[in-house]
Design a protein around this ligand. Structure first.
Ligand SMILES: NC(=O)c1ccc[n+]([C@@H]2O[C@H](COP(=O)([O-])OP(=O)(O)OC[C@H]3O[C@@H](n4cnc5c(N)ncnc54)[C@H](O)[C@@H]3O)[C@@H](O)[C@H]2O)c1
Ligand SMILES: [Zn+2]
Ligand SMILES: [Zn+2]
Length: 393
């Protein structure tokens, strides 16, 4: 089959790889009909290379049609339409029972002290072949394949794999009080969707980014936006001016470890990238640092006693943080990969014909699998109005 494979830093290639097969009784194989490119894939494309092996199949936002099922699988049959959460979870361990599917004790990658295995997300997360491919093997399918109705377009359901639950958890973890205000840093797919969910729930939303089309998209839905490219370190003052001098109740950081602005982390990323993989892995797992511009901005922006919710992925082990300010302002933090199944029951009722979150028109680009390399490049460089790319294998 054809699949999008990682070959090196900023180098993905559509290649022929063996068709996936059923290996365990609780596997299924899915024929992929739609699969997204995520901001998280850009971390693999750029800074997480030391944990990748050339030929790894990328992708963790997939839906499609069940092709074959293992002998233990009863909730779906060949021909059914399914969407896969980006994490692989069993559905019956202590962590799954408490709604923390990203910490599934059956699939945790203990070799790297990581949480649940993820599709297409490096050796840190189990080196499981991903879904930017014609076919996908789904392990732990009893809990890792969600059946969705026939009829509406794939666009209605594909974001259940990641974007919707991630943005939903970002808003939940932000703990925005009734009538409160949230600032969303980063208006890529995750931040954009978080603004939609927060606004739908009746909160005042201020979006922040530096890419004009992304700011315009969020403004066009009736939200306030600010350009951090123009404001720089004055962003905190600009937001306090809009919020009674106090700052917002909550900030969602939907940027993560590759923020623009802030040089130190960039140098550390580049230096780690120059080492042989085994050394670079060690450096990143002990002394690695992130580019912290967005997180530092969040700490400055949030009001005293407010909450910062981190959706953006961080990977540093030795990040210098302003503990004095964090402690003095009594800031609360919540973070982590999204627990997909935990939020799906609350999100599904919103994926109706009146489409309150605008999922049907959310993607900016729908392209053939063969065009994935160009799409990765344009998504990373934010060219051609690219916000969300869906691949159609
Ligand atoms: N927690 C989860 O489960 C989960 C799931 C999916 C994605 N993510 C993470 O969420 C983050 C966003 O993903 P995405 O798909 O929206 O990707 P993206 O890369 O398109 O979005 C990042 C946005 O942040 C903006 N930005 C960069 N520096 C900034 C700064 N200093 N201040 C404000 N904005 C800045 C960029 O211009 C861009 O629009 C990534 O880190 C991704 O790994 C987390
Ligand atoms: Zn994703
Ligand atoms: Zn589990």
């Amino acid at each position: 089959m054809k699949a999008v494979t990682w070959q090196g830093k900023r180098n993905v290639v559509v290649d022929d790889v063996p068709d996936p097969i059923i290996k365990e009784a609780n596997d299924i194989v899915v024929r992929v009909t739609t699969t997204g490119i995520c901001g998280s894939d850009l971390h693999l494309y750029e800074v997480l290379g030391p944990f990748m092996t050339p030929g790894d199949v990328l992708g963790h936002e997939s839906m499609g049609i069940v092709e074959e099922v293992g002998s233990d699988i009863t909730h779906v049959s060949p021909g059914d339409r399914v969407v896969m959460p980006f994490q692989i979870s069993c559905g019956h361990c202590h962590m799954c029972d408490t709604g923390l599917q990203t910490q599934c004790e059956t699939t945790q990658v203990r070799e790297y002290k990581s949480g649940a295995a993820l599709f297409g997300y490096s050796s840190l997360y189990g080196a499981v072949p991903g879904g930017q491919a014609e076919f996908l093997r789904v392990p732990q399918a009893q809990n890792t394949a969600i059946k969705v109705p026939e009829g509406p377009s794939d666009e209605r359901f594909v974001y259940l794999s990641d974007v919707l639950p991630t943005a939903w958890q970002g808003v939940e973890y932000a703990g925005i009080p009734d009538g409160g205000t949230v600032v969303v840093l980063g208006l890529g797919p995750i931040g954009d969707m978080a603004t939609r969910i927060a606004a739908y729930r009746g909160h005042r939303v201020i979006g922040v980014d530096l890419v004009p089309e992304r700011l315009a998209r969020v403004r066009s839905r009736g939200n306030e936006v600010l350009d951090i490219g123009a404001l720089g370190d004055d962003i905190g003052d600009a937001i306090r001016d809009l919020t009674d001098g106090r700052g917002p109740d909550s900030v969602i950081d939907a940027v993560g470890m590759e923020a623009h602005g802030g040089r130190a982390g960039k140098l550390a990323h580049d230096a780690a990238g120059l080492l042989p993989d085994s050394l670079a892995r060690k450096v990143m797992q002990t002394a690695g640092t992130d580019r912290l511009a967005a997180l530092r901005a969040a700490i400055d922006i949030v009001r005293r006693g407010g909450t910062i919710s981190l959706s953006g992925v961080y990977g540093g082990m030795a990040d210098p943080l302003p503990m004095l300010v964090m402690f003095d302002k009594q800031i609360q933090f919540r973070m982590g990969q999204a627990n997909v199944q935990r939020w799906v029951p609350q999100i599904l009722p919103l994926l109706t014909d009146d489409d309150p979150l605008g999922v049907e028109s959310f993607a900016t680009h729908r392209v053939a699998l063969a065009d994935a390399p160009k799409a990765y490049d344009q998504f990373q460089k934010k060219l051609n109005g690219t916000v969300k790319v869906l691949l159609k294998p």
